[in-house]
Design a protein. Structure first.
Length: 284
């Protein structure tokens, strides 16, 4: 994997669909090897960082949009399965690279990568006009091992924040990261179902990570458990970005209203902001 530089230069030639297809197969091969090779150490961290940085550029390069659309429309056998597997495998690697970053921070050798620079640069505009304040309570679903969103919001606003994840190792690492970087902040991390977290019922803002496959199912289930004025930032990726993110889905209009869609062409994911439908009706 080390033959892919962290910052891949843009090229002037638009790739043809067959060329793009070969790239997708190669990325899948690299992702499977990287995720399967994670052993709790950081010996393969540089290789995966390079691959993920290159992939971030790949899925945000507008030159790849047309050949990807052509590939989808062609409907060749196995294309849909390849796209779905790439999404799943890149999500696995996103979790692994967070573990690498946490481990490197904790042993004193943490360094930035193109992937994290891309993700961090989009956090500032997460909620658009409905951003959290010091009086807010913010919940992150899919916190991972390096809960950047929670650390950022806690630092910027001082608001209490909480994160959940189904990965016990990620939560254990995340707690250590929080103790090192923000010990005085009100940050809670739990490995439990979001429905079972008491914090969920008082959260004013909820963020769903883009790599949570069941995020829209969780959104539906959280409706009766959350405040009437809750604001939800759903990270997603459609089109070419769906190679790295689970895409936007329709919601029950009786439950949720799409308040704003924040498009970020140069970022790996976009953001859909939802509020409860009855709040919109009452306000109108």
């Amino acid at each position: 994997m080390a033959d892919l530089a962290p910052h891949v230069p843009r090229v002037d030639t638009t790739p043809a669909a067959p060329d793009l297809l070969r790239s997708l197969h190669e990325y899948r091969r690299r992702f499977v090897a990287a995720a399967d090779g994670y052993d709790g150490s950081t010996r393969w961290a540089a290789d995966l960082e390079a691959t993920m940085a290159g992939y971030s550029l790949f899925v945000t390069d507008e030159r790849n949009e047309a050949p990807f659309l052509a590939l989808e429309q062609e409907g060749s056998p196995g294309t849909a399965e390849l796209v779905g597997d790439l999404r799943a495998q890149s999500a696995r690697c996103a979790a692994v690279i967070e573990k690498y970053r946490a481990l490197r921070l904790l042993d004193g050798t943490e360094g930035a990568s193109g992937y994290f620079t891309n993700v961090e640069s989009s956090i500032a505009e997460e909620f658009g006009a409905l951003a959290p304040s010091p009086q807010s309570s913010v919940l992150l679903v899919g916190a991972g091992s390096f809960p950047m969103t929670l650390l950022h919001i806690a630092e910027r606003t001082g608001a209490p924040v909480a994160g959940v994840d189904i990965d016990e190792e990620a939560i254990a690492l995340g707690r250590r990261v929080v103790r090192q970087l923000a010990a005085s902040s009100d940050i809670t991390l739990e490995c439990r179902a979001v429905e079972d977290l008491p914090f969920t019922r008082r959260a004013t803002h909820v963020v769903f990570s883009s790599t949570v496959a069941v995020k829209y199912d969780l959104l539906h289930r959280l409706h009766p458990l959350t405040r009437d004025d809750v604001v939800v930032a759903m990270r997603f990726g459609d089109g070419l970005k769906s190679l790295f993110n689970y895409p936007m889905q329709p919601v029950d209009p009786e439950r949720w209203r799409l308040a704003e869609t924040i498009r970020r062409p140069d970022q790996v994911f976009d953001i859909a902001v939802y509020t409860k439908s009855h709040v919109a009706r009452e306000a109108g």
